[in-house]
Design a protein around this ligand. Structure first.
Ligand code: ADP
Ligand code: MG
Length: 720
């Protein structure tokens, strides 16, 4: 690694692109001039020197300083991975960021996306083996790769970006890379963070030289070039932050100088709703008086938005409607994605209601929830910073300064301390890491959460009673799915329904299938009712997919049925990929001819995987009690069941104004005893209506005649 900054700059200015041997385009030169203004660009030499002298370095710098787009390129130019057949990986916590940044960097390097520069996210690999040498990927994908190649031998350099986000996968990768660094002296590791408290990373990756105290990993600091941001607080707490946010955006549009607005909201529905309302209000203002305000372009940004639409955040603000009329403005209404992952130039105003959706796992009741929660002070600071990228800006916080000081915690909790660890524990087991308690975590997870994960995997027979990975568990880890879904796919041939379960799994993996436009709710519900299958939502999903295929030639079928054509196409794509996976591991694709048998087989396969997600109808009308965890829940309004069966299996537990179960299917209690006898051990169930109901049924069947289903033996006790 002796390539100097001078040589790199020369190569960048050269007439020919060193990677494609083609002449550099005009766009390339234009972008290159912009890149030269990024703070990190002027530090290329220092960076290269530090990288050549150290195996691990920590990089910090304000969002927008050029870390994500430039540093991997510096590495690529100095490392020349294409000459050695190795790759540079740069991880991102978010799919959207991986795609968007890869596209940008491909443009910056003047190469086609997917060839020299690519990205890899779950179910979508935009790389070309043999050609791609710079790969942006989600942290989860790199973790999956590590399972099959513990040495990550394809990579010469691994860059963990957005480390401050502390996602579960990044945290685990840090632990793995720390160990790997000792085994692979040739591997370079770069940890990048947008917050300045990098010391935690530096000391975690400290080097122990013999007879010396460990010295922290060196820090490469990109100087911020932030303009002043004036922060305004609400006078009084806002009872409805979404409404207050819209009001504030309109106030800025009416009263403030030109400059784009970034509004943070928590999720798709809220964002689409706000965009709609803001547009209506502005149209109203312009209709009454065309001179009152300029045109406003409202752009949503959230992860399930189609990629082309995500690109719209980079469009320029609209021009005045006529010369001399008020100037136009762009409003980006975004989830946390725009907090640090993506930089939108031209933002001058930030509206921060102070909330984000956070994943929270409750190990006591074994429930994963996405909860709208107050953000941390660190997040609030990052958000405000978005306003000062190009010139002095303003940040409107929709909470009081008192609440900022007293209510917001300092840092966002690392995900490992609040997430469901089932997936991670299975991945670690596959990686051969047995002692989960002594794994070198940056922050160790709660023992209860680890125990819950081990317990689930043990019940699923992925881990045996000694915590060892079973052959079934090893196979489950090969699927890019949650353990339950993987298990369901693998056991489905035993029930003769792997063809159907494959479809259901694919359909469960795509978001936003059903369209429900606000002005056509009734029609949408009617269309859905026509596709519904009485026994439940999983079968409905299957029916939707099959109908989609039968009507493939009719391009408006999805639209006419209020279904997202994109989601269906995506499900189709996921299905193809899972199918290839099944073929690879010789899992048979079978289907039962008899419709009734098929229907039962499907639901039995569901029970085999989701037996821990069963609820029993109880008490007042429409309410259910989850088995063992005793949570009172109701069927979600989206549920397609016609009646309220006594026993149901659910895919999701969600909590909005009350607790709901969503994607629900009717099951029979004897299946529970037959297919998961270890879990439904009557002697272990707490007293209550559920236990009595199961008891009644056992008595009716004449004692405990339940057969243990293959591979999922009875296991009341577990060695610890
Ligand atoms: P960091 O990782 O330090 O937050 P980035 O490398 O993501 O910074 O971005 C650096 C700069 O590159 C941004 O300030 C912006 O000007 C430009 N940029 C990044 N992505 C795009 C894009 N998709 N379109 C236009 N400009 C972009
Ligand atoms: Mg970045």
């Amino acid at each position: 690694r002796n390539v100097t900054g001078d040589q790199i700059r020369k190569a960048m200015e050269h007439q020919l692109n060193p990677f494609t041997k083609q002449p550099h385009s005009a766009q390339y030169r234009r972008i290159l001039e912009a890149r030269k203004c990024l703070p990190v660009f002027s530090q290329m030499d220092e960076f290269l020197e530090m990288l050549s002298k150290n195996q691990i370095i920590v990089v910090v710098g304000e969002t927008g300083s050029g870390k994500t787009t430039q540093i991997p390129q510096f590495v690529a130019y100095s490392d020349l991975p294409h000459t050695t057949g190795k790759l540079v990986a740069c991880t991102q916590p978010r799919r959207v960021a991986a795609i968007s940044v890869a596209r940008r960097v491909a443009d910056e390097m003047d190469v086609p996306l997917g060839k020299h520069v690519g990205y890899s996210i779950r179910f979508e690999d935009m790389t070309e083996p043999g050609s791609t040498f710079l790969k942006y990927m989600t942290d989860g994908m790199l973790l999956r790769e590590a399972m099959n190649d513990n040495e990550l031998s394809r990579y010469s350099t691994i860059i963990l970006d957005e480390a401050h986000e502390r996602t579960l996968a990044t945290d685990i990768l840090m632990g793995l890379l720390k160990g790997l660094a000792k085994r692979r002296a040739d591997l370079k590791i770069i940890v990048m963070s947008a917050t300045l408290d990098a010391f935690k990373f530096q000391s975690y990756f400290s080097l122990t030289h013999s007879c010396q105290d460990p010295s922290p990993a060196p820090l490469f600091k990109v100087p911020g070039r932030m303009h002043h941001v004036e922060v305004f607080y609400a006078q009084e707490p806002e009872p409805d932050y979404a409404e207050a946010a819209i009001r504030t955006v309109l106030m800025i549009h009416r009263a403030e100088d030109p400059g784009d607005i970034l509004l943070f909201l928590t999720g798709e529905e809220e964002i689409e709703d706000a965009c709609r309302k803001i547009k209506l209000e502005v149209d109203d203002l312009i209709n009454t008086d065309p001179l009152s305000v300029g045109p406003l372009m409202c752009v949503p940004l959230y992860s399930s938005l189609p990629p082309q639409q995500q690109q719209r955040i980079f469009d320029a603000a609209p021009k005045p409607t006529q010369e001399g009329y008020p100037p136009g403005r762009k409003v980006v209404v975004s989830t946390n994605i725009a907090e640090t992952s993506l930089t939108i130039d031209g933002i001058v105003y930030v509206v921060d209601p102070g909330f984000s959706k956070q994943k929270v796992y409750n190990p006591r009741i074994r429930v994963d929830l996405l909860i709208v929660s107050p953000i941390s002070k660190a997040s609030a600071q990052q958000r405000a910073g978005r306003a000062g990228r190009t010139r002095p800006g303003k940040c409107f916080r929709l909470y009081t300064d008192k609440d900022f000081v007293s209510e917001l915690q300092e840092q966002t909790y690392p995900e490992i301390l609040r997430a469901n660890l089932a997936n991670t524990v299975l991945e670690l087991a596959k990686l051969g890491i047995k002692d989960l308690v002594r794994f070198d975590y940056l922050d160790a997870p709660a023992p209860e959460t680890l125990m819950r994960a081990l317990e689930l995997l043990n019940y699923l027979a992925a881990l045996d009673d000694d915590g060892e990975l079973t052959p079934l568990g090893a196979l489950m880890a090969e699927f890019p799915l949650d353990p339950q879904l993987a298990k369901m796919l693998i056991v489905s041939p035993e029930f003769g329904v792997s063809n159907e379960i494959l479809t259901i799994t694919a359909m469960l993996s795509v978001p936003n299938l059903w369209l429900r436009p606000p002005d056509q709710r009734a029609a949408a519900d009617q269309a859905k009712a026509l596709l519904a299958v009485p026994e439940g939502d999983h079968l409905t999903l299957l029916n939707v997919y099959n109908s989609y295929w039968q009507n493939k030639s009719d391009r408006s079928w999805a639209w006419n049925n209020f279904l997202s054509a994109r989601a269906l196409a995506q499900a189709d794509n996921v299905r193809q990929q899972l199918l290839r996976n099944m073929e690879k591991f010789e899992i048979e694709i079978v289907s039962l001819g008899d419709a009734r048998q098929r229907n039962i087989g499907i639901r039995k396969a569901l029970v085999c995987a989701f037996f821990m997600q069963i609820a029993h109808r109880e008490g007042e009308k429409g309410s259910y009690l989850t088995v063992k965890d005793d949570q009172i829940v109701t069927l979600h309004p989206s549920c397609s069941l016609e009646i309220q069966p006594e026993w149901v299996l659910f895919n999701e537990f969600i909590f909005t104004k009350r607790a709901y179960i969503r994607t629900v299917t009717e099951v029979r209690p004897d299946w529970l005893l037959e297919l998961a006898p270890g879990y439904f051990d009557l002697s272990m169930l707490p007293d209550g209506e559920t236990k009595r109901a199961l008891q009644r049924m056992t008595n009716k069947r004449g004692g405990d005649g339940a057969n243990s289903h293959s591979g999922k033996g009875d296991k009341g006790k577990r060695k610890t």
